[in-house]
Ligand binder design. Structure first.
Ligand SMILES: Nc1ncnc2c1ncn2[C@@H]1O[C@H](COP(=O)(O)OP(=O)(O)O)[C@@H](O)[C@H]1O
Ligand SMILES: [Mg+2]
Length: 270
């Protein structure tokens, strides 16, 4: 089991949780939320990098986890070639061949120091290391932010390659919904330290409708249940639970929401 149970973490002006999250093994879970929502804090608690104030964490053995963070957690003075020499000693299934192959494919210069690598290069280096030690659980924190569209596309492809083995599990966080929409099987949405949605991507999309209303206003039930309800000169719009669709006035236009619609409207509140 990969899970957080009743986890809380307090910082000045911020509370994470109580958070319950069980990662579906064999699938890709996208962890989505605005900046400051608590994604990195939750991931670091899961990885044992910070201690929660309360709650229980279950996570695989360190040697089975591949971690891709903002900045590589290697010594800044190491060269890329040093990484293989050091990690080889820690990981029983380490493969120099796979590491070398990926470093070459990603064009990561082996003589460069860690501190001299660009963000994208640092990400690729960590991904190469995760593959080389045959990680079963890959955790990536905002791997696509700050990357150009080509590198983002490449990274999505690499995660797809990683998932070719059905025993592998991926958790990756992002505030870019389009990246999550492309590769996630499950989506967990976090807002202000609280898990507000956790479902299969298609089921989540299917549980809401974007409604663009005209002159007829929403009834009280609809108005109370809608997320991010907005009124403007031509009418109103909002994200409505699919179960309430029968109550939408006749002049309104209803459409399938994007993941972005869902995240943005939920963040605006009911
Ligand atoms: N070490 C820390 N000390 C104090 N506050 C922190 C610390 N780490 C994170 N926070 C705060 O916790 C909140 C959540 O941060 P974070 O988990 O990094 O969000 P996200 O990764 O979703 O952008 C933010 O308000 C941030 O300022
Ligand atoms: Mg973060």
């Amino acid at each position: 089991m990969i899970e957080l149970r009743e986890v809380t973490k307090h910082y000045p002006g911020f509370v994470l949780g109580p958070l319950d999250l069980t990662i579906e093994e064999g699938f890709v879970t996208g962890f989505i939320g605005a900046n400051g929502a608590g994604k990195t804090t939750a991931i670091k608690v899961l990885l044992g990098m910070i201690h929660p104030d309360s709650g229980v964490v279950n996570c695989p053995d360190k040697t089975d986890i591949g971690v891709v963070l903002d900045v590589p957690s290697y010594d800044a003075e190491w060269r890329v070639s040093t990484v293989a020499k050091v990690l080889r000693r820690f990981y029983p299934r380490w493969s120099d061949a796979i590491f070398g192959e990926l470093i070459a494919r990603f064009d990561v210069p082996t003589d460069r120091k860690i501190k001299q690598l660009s963000r994208g290069m640092g990400m690729k280096l960590q991904i190469a290391a995760a593959f080389a030690h045959d990680a079963r659980f890959l955790v990536l924190d905002e791997p696509t932010s700050g990357l150009d569209p080509l590198s983002r596309d490449e990274l999505t492809e690499i995660i797809g390659d990683f998932m070719m083995d059905e025993h592998r599990t991926v958790l990756f966080s992002s505030h870019i919904t389009s990246d999550i929409e492309r590769i996630a099987d499950y989506v967990a949405v976090i807002d202000k330290g609280q898990l507000v949605e956790y479902a299969e991507l298609s089921a989540l999309i299917d549980s809401y409708r974007m409604v663009h209303g005209g002159r007829l206003p929403p009834n009280d039930r609809l108005a109370a249940a809608a997320y991010g309800l907005r009124t403007h000169a031509a009418g109103w719009d909002g994200l409505v639970p699919a179960g309430l669709i029968a109550e939408v006035p006749g002049d309104a236009v209803t459409e399938i929401p994007s993941l972005d619609d869902i995240v943005v409207r939920i963040a605006k509140g009911r």
